[in-house]
Design a binder for this molecule. Structure first.
Ligand SMILES: *Cc1c(COP(=O)(O)O)cnc(C)c1O
Length: 450
């Protein structure tokens, strides 16, 4: 892309870094379930001159002049979002998923109000009331949990809601491999008079494609990122459903005001354009196939891993994501496996598991997913192979165990890293990973840089 050539000649340092990151993504398996690869069309919208404009406000209600075309692009993004999710109102200005969630609080809650969300070590998001997050400090957070089997504990959720009478309840998570029971959540929220916000950051692409149930009929508000399974630029959106407007006719206005002027200044118009392009893509028939393949791939990967004797939380998946339970290899083993897989060019993230026996710093699980690999064109045969490689690498970490005494951990991890860097089996896997990746090029036009 000629835009890269300009960086090359004007700023070699940054151009080199982009090149290295490009190589890393071309030659590795990107399996962090919250990541994806955007289309060239989305990249071009993101890299467009729309980044230059200030447009505080909303279409036809701006504080600056010269916004006639920005109004057009934001209106298109809004209309496409409404169509994609079947909702009467959408705000496409949140800078990302976390600010979108903050705006929901700002619109509906006062400091000290009771809110309920999915506990972070059980797979929830920071912004659903975790104690280290602003939302856990300003509001009275009542977290709910998953059962030891990994499924949401609806009985606990009902009894906590009846006891604490939250103003706002969240459904949605960042590490949950089963379909969300939106309908059951709605019954509980309706019974206690709470607003129900569905945070579908991870699964919004699956929802648009119809391969995961939509919360539109059940929740009052839907928030999402635009860069995960939706395959757009980094950004966020907030939708108000018909059910939300029926409960509170002012809800759309409250949300819009919470974003601007409540929390944000000028929207990122180049991102808005990227979101519009991504939504257009997500509304095409081939995106349905893509999303269906994401889930088929996750199921194929799960089957392959389980055949290799690897334990999965809930013994499988309904969506794009898998959680490996590494406790058979020792508590806190996620640290070793993430590192060893990195050495094999397989990118994943260590994660807590239900009833985590150690801590979020040294968790006992590994989270991985298939959205990015599916964008590259990989299918079930590749998933089966990748499952075998991952199992091979996991077995190479078997001899390691986290020291019980905390001060010994950093030194031990350093020695482990050295050991893994010299591990021939892991490097054999890496060579095969690179060979596979070469068959599925991502952005070949960047090759002019090499
Ligand atoms: C990723 C995620 C977010 C936050 O998105 P950012 O863009 O990283 O701020 C919020 N909620 C859930 C459930 C997520 O998975």
């Amino acid at each position: 892309m000629d835009r890269m050539q300009d960086i090359e000649s004007s700023d070699r340092e940054v151009a080199e870094i982009i090149k290295k990151e490009h190589n890393r993504t071309e030659e590795g398996l990107e399996m962090i379930p919250s990541e994806n690869f955007v289309s060239k069309a989305v990249l071009q919208a993101m890299g467009s001159i729309l980044t230059n404009k200030y447009s505080e406000g909303y279409p036809r209600k701006r504080y600056y002049g010269g916004n006639q075309f920005i109004d057009e692009v934001e209106t298109i993004a809004i209309e496409r979002a409404k169509k994609a999710f079947g909702v009467p109102h959408a705000n496409v200005q949140p800078y990302s998923g976390s600010p979108a969630n903050l705006a929901v609080y700002a619109a509906l809650c006062r400091p000290g109000d009771v809110i309920m969300g999915h506990n972070l070590p059980d797979g929830g998001h920071l912004t659903h009331g975790w104690k280290a997050n602003f939302t856990g400090q300003v509001y009275k957070s009542v977290p709910y949990h998953v059962k030891a089997d990994g499924y949401l504990d609806l009985e606990e959720i009902r009894s906590l809601a009846e006891e604490h009478k939250p103003v706002l309840m969240w459904v949605g998570a960042t590490a949950y491999v089963r379909e969300f029971p939106f309908e059951e959540f709605a019954k509980i929220a309706d019974d206690v008079g709470a607003y129900l916000a569905a945070d579908i950051a991870h699964i919004s692409g699956l929802v648009i494609a119809g391969v995961h149930k939509s919360p539109a009929k059940y929740a009052h508000i839907i928030t999402t990122t635009t860069h995960k399974t939706m395959r757009g630029p980094r950004g966020g959106m907030i939708m108000v459903t018909q059910k939300g407007l029926d409960k509170d006719p002012e809800l759309a206005t409250k949300i819009d005001r919470a974003i601007f002027p409540g929390l944000q200044g000028g929207p990122h118009d180049h991102t808005t354009a990227g979101i519009a392009v991504a939504l257009h893509e997500a509304l095409q028939p081939d995106f349905k196939e893509y999303a269906a393949q994401v889930v088929k791939n996750a199921k194929a990967l799960a089957a392959s891993l389980m055949k290799e004797g690897i334990k999965l939380v809930t013994d499988g998946t309904d969506n794009h994501m898998l959680l490996i339970d590494l406790t058979p290899f020792g508590k806190g083993h996620g640290v070793f496996v993430q590192e060893a897989l990195d050495e094999a060019n397989i990118t994943t993230n260590k994660n807590t598991i239900p009833a985590e026996p150690l801590s979020p710093f040294y968790p006992s699980g590994l989270r991985l997913g298939t959205p990015a690999l599916t964008t590259r064109g990989m299918k079930e045969p590749e998933m089966e192979q990748i499952g075998k490689w991952i199992a091979t690498v996991i077995r190479e970490t078997k001899a390691y165990a986290l020291p019980a005494s905390k001060p010994e951990i950093p030194g031990y991890l350093k020695a482990f890293k050295e050991g893994i860097k010299g591990n021939k089996t892991v490097h054999d896997v890496r060579a095969q990973v690179v060979a596979l990746c070469k068959k599925f090029p991502l952005y070949p036009e960047f090759d002019i840089l090499h």
